[in-house]
Design a protein around this ligand. Structure first.
Ligand code: SF4
Length: 208
């Protein structure tokens, strides 16, 4: 469908001959969301705040008719469900997060991260070339991988991005895609931050 035989506007693809694609019920609006916002089973031991999904964020996106591109969980994909240490939950969260961050910065994990980023890029490129609205990306603050405004380093929650989100946002920017990003934690304020993102505004204060 690439090339002069197709045109795109408002998320609708028109092929040569007046054939239109994507005129069904889809909203053609989506956000990218950290995996555990939709699947708390993936989160590191001891840190799940919901049985299944981040309820406030999921409810908001459902009500808004926004599709959710669920990102892979980089820690699960690179380190496993127990993050390579079954005693992780016995440590303070930011201490364990710092250990996880170090593991994720090793060359083997970093190579896997690049492959995960590429999988996301493939999907984003498709939506983008068909003119869908990618409204932004929602991460998880304090996470060593998916933090947006804050991450974990040196045993503390610090300003900065997680290693996966940094790579992903850099890769998107390299293709000219500058997506607004917010980080959330558990609780109703998370939905307020995502609502701001949907309105095209990035909240000024981080969710810490
Ligand atoms: S914050 Fe990222 S790395 Fe951590 S559990 Fe969620 S998706 Fe996985």
């Amino acid at each position: 469908m690439d090339g002069p035989d197709a045109a795109w506007y408002n998320g609708i693809t028109e092929l040569k001959g007046g054939i239109f694609l994507f005129t069904d019920k889809r909203s053609r609006r989506l956000v990218l969301a950290a995996h555990c916002l939709l699947n708390q089973n993936a989160i590191s031991d001891g840190t799940a705040d919901y049985p299944g999904t981040h309820e406030e964020v999921a409810r908001l996106l459902l009500e808004e008719g926004v599709g959710i591109l669920q990102l892979p969980c980089p820690e699960l994909c690179c380190l496993g469900l127990d993050r390579g240490d079954p005693l992780g939950a016995s440590r303070p969260v930011t201490v364990e997060n710092t250990r996880i961050r170090r593991e994720m910065e090793r060359p083997e994990a970093a190579a896997r991260l690049d492959a995960l980023v590429e999988q996301v890029l493939l999907q984003v490129r498709e939506y983008h070339r068909h003119g869908f609205s990618i409204l932004g990306i929602v991460g998880v603050n304090r996470s060593p991988c998916c933090g947006v405004e804050t991450t974990s380093e040196n045993g503390r929650e610090t300003a900065g991005r997680g290693v996966f989100f940094q790579r992903l946002l850099d890769a998107l920017a390299a293709e000219g895609l500058y997506l607004p990003a917010v980080g959330v934690k558990s609780g109703p304020q998370a939905a307020e931050r995502v609502a701001e993102l949907l309105r095209g505004r990035t909240p000024l204060e981080p969710d810490v």
